[in-house]
Design a protein around this ligand. Structure first.
Ligand code: UDP
Length: 385
């Protein structure tokens, strides 16, 4: 039997966003693998804790702040550093069976490095490749490199697959592997959880995403202005340089007269607990989401979900059977949906039970890890043949 593949996992950031939480699950049990990060951060310690050897680039610091939609021209002054990182990845790749890129920026450089080092490449694409997030030159380059260099492109949803193909990506490369989660429900009553967490009594909703304009926290604040007496926890921080947006949200709270009702809790590592403490989880993204882990977290937690009807959300929520769908960027529709959910919690029991069952069946951690493990094993076998 072939020994487990030596994988070089590559990510551009040292922060832990949704894609990196998935990476942490994918690397579990792969002690003979390594992780190459463009920069140091909380992700390094988490990966080292799973037994991976860590390689931090000498040249990547600050690159994660380079905007994804920046023009190719803006990247010109960085070319020397980017080339140096390609050399670093290629050198590291030689001691491994395959390269696994976990982000778009990591993929572009890992693709070039995989050619130099002659190693197969898997791209775990956690994004929707669309004009909303990537400039035209970047989209062209990603797709060109994927078509030429990648053995497989893993995407978390049909929506992400469709966007990749629409941008010119080869259909035969794509493997849809839905994100998977394992989450134990707290056995504590909601009111006791609130008390333990220092949260107020009364109607309370929550949003649990990093702070970024496209995540739509501002839409929720606008909706709250029409919902007197409803409180809200905003969980998450500006992980990738969106500090201006974070400040804008604080300012909106003052301007909309929401002071005392909106609690900014920053980045937290106890999201499942906080989620179970609220009466509804709101996912107000204004652009299509490639997946949306928080949807599944809420479904597993038995908390009603209200999400925008775009990207993967309608699939995950089975067109409204497992949660409420609302049009994007529409505070009025969001306010009406929140009011409806808060007004009849008892009537939601069937929906919540169905949602939890669906999440356990379709979005389990074991299922995701098995599917990705198979793809890695196949890539290793192909390289060895
Ligand atoms: N999350 C977290 N702490 C926070 C805010 C969010 O751990 O303060 C987690 C959240 O529970 C979810 C992930 O970050 O598991 C975000 O994943 P999602 O797919 O919703 O969005 P992404 O960040 O990948 O765009």
């Amino acid at each position: 039997m072939m020994s487990s593949a030596r994988v070089l996992f590559v990510d551009h950031t040292g922060q832990i966003g949704g894609a990196e939480l998935i990476l942490l699950d994918v690397v579990a049990g792969r002690q003979n693998s390594s992780a190459f990060l463009f920069e140091d951060g909380p992700l390094s310690a988490a990966l080292a804790g799973r037994g991976l050897k860590l390689i931090i680039s000498q040249h990547g610091r600050g690159l994660s702040r380079f905007r994804r939609d920046s023009s190719a021209l803006a990247a010109l002054p960085l070319l020397g550093r980017l080339a140096a990182i390609v050399v670093e990845i290629a050198k590291a790749a030689r001691g491994h069976d395959l390269v696994y890129a976990n982000s778009q920026k990591a993929f572009v450089l890992a693709a070039l490095a995989s050619v130099v080092a002659r190693r197969p490449l898997i791209w775990h694409l956690h994004d929707i490749i669309s004009p909303a997030h990537f400039g035209a030159a970047q989209r062209r380059m990603q797709v060109l490199l994927a078509n030429r260099c990648a053995l497989k492109v893993i995407v978390p949803s049909d929506a992400a697959a469709a966007a990749f193909i629409a941008a010119g990506g080869r259909r035969s490369l794509v493997e849809v592997v839905p994100n998977g989660l394992a989450l134990q429900r707290e056995q504590t009553l909601r009111c006791d959880l609130r008390q333990a967490l220092g949260l107020p009594e009364g109607p309370l909703v929550g949003v649990f995403s990093r702070l970024a304009p496209w995540k739509g926290q501002h839409v929720l604040l606008e909706a709250l202005a029409a919902l007197p007496g409803v409180g809200c926890i905003v969980v998450g921080d500006a992980l990738f340089g969106e500090q201006d947006y974070a400040a804008q949200l604080q300012q909106m709270v003052a301007e909309l007269g929401l002071a005392g009702r909106v609690y900014f809790l920053g980045h937290r590592s106890d999201v499942p607990k906080l989620m179970q403490a609220v009466d509804a989880m709101v996912h107000p993204s204004i652009d299509p989401e490639p997946f949306g882990r928080t949807l599944v977290e809420a479904m597993l937690s038995g908390v009603p979900v209200i999400a925008t009807d775009a990207g993967a959300a309608p699939d995950i929520l089975e067109r409204g059977r497992a949660g409420t769908l609302i049009p994007p960027a529409n505070p009025r529709a969001l306010a009406a949906a929140i009011a409806a959910v808060l007004a009849r919690p008892d009537q939601l029991a069937t929906q919540l039970e169905y949602a939890a069952q669906r999440a356990r069946a379709e979005y389990s951690l074991a299922r995701m890890c098995e599917a990705i493990g198979l793809l890695i094993a196949k890539a290793q076998a192909g390289a060895a043949a």
